[in-house]
Design a protein around this ligand. Sequence first.
Ligand SMILES: [Zn+2]
Length: 111
Amino acid sequence: MQTPQNIRVLKDDRILEIVWNESNTARLPLRLVRQSCRCAACVDEFTGRQILDPNSVPQDIGIEDIALTGNYALKIRWSDSHDTGLFTWTHLQAIGKVQAEQPAHEGQPES
Ligand SMILES: [Zn+2]
C-alpha cells in the first residue's frame, strides 16, 4: 500500500492535495471526497448501499480538521459537522481514479 508523502488542504480551491510520489499528485475536490465517505452513517455496512444523498453535501463543503489515523488513513472533520468517516490511502486512491475518469470539461458545452 502506498503512503502519501504530503497532504495539504487547499482551502480556497476546496481541494485535498495528496502527493503520492514525485510523479503522482492527486487533487481531489473536497465535495467528491465527502460524497465518497464510507462510514456507517453514509453507507449501509451490510449491503454497501449508499445512504448519504450526494446532492445533500453542500457545494461549499470545507474541512475543519484533518488528522492521521495510524499510518493508514485520514480522519476528517467536515464543515457540515460530519466526522465519523475514515479515509484510508486505498480509498483515497480510488477516489482519485474516479475523478480522473470524469470528463475534464464537465458542464461546459461541447464546441
Ligand atoms: Zn460518513
